[in-house]
Design a protein around this ligand. Structure first.
Ligand SMILES: [Zn+2]
Length: 123
């Protein structure tokens, strides 16, 4: 399943960032998900805990922020937000708008972590 590999990828990235920060656990992953990223959100939500199982990310909440599809129309010299069914045409003048500015993102915006207690070795 496509979403499972994406989930694994996200978990890996979150875990790397968590390790670098000295975290013992990731509590929240904030994700920016483009409307045209080709990801089924429900499937991703289902796969995320599966991918996170056994990692620092296990039990973390997944917060998904949607990024609207935005195109740039050269004719109008303006950017517009596309709505489904996402035809790549300017909603105002109708010319083709192949340039997608936003909407394909699958990006971790931030994570929240639980920091580990520093072990005291000088007892
Ligand atoms: Zn236009």
């Amino acid at each position: 399943m496509h979403e499972l590999s994406i989930a694994h990828n996200l978990v890996e990235l979150a875990e790397e960032a968590a390790c670098a920060a000295g975290a013992v656990r990731v509590t929240l992953v904030r994700l920016r998900l483009g409307e045209m990223a080709g990801v089924v959100e429900d499937a991703l939500r289902f796969c995320f805990p599966v991918a996170a199982s056994g990692t620092l990310v296990e039990g973390a909440e997944l917060h998904i922020e949607h990024v609207p599809a935005q195109v740039f129309c050269a004719q109008c010299a303006q950017s517009y937000t596309l709505t489904p069914p996402f035809v790549f045409r300017c909603p105002v003048c109708g010319s083709p708008t192949p340039r997608l500015l936003h909407g394909r993102e699958i990006q971790i915006e931030s994570i929240e972590i639980e920091e580990g207690e520093r072990e005291t070795t000088n007892s």
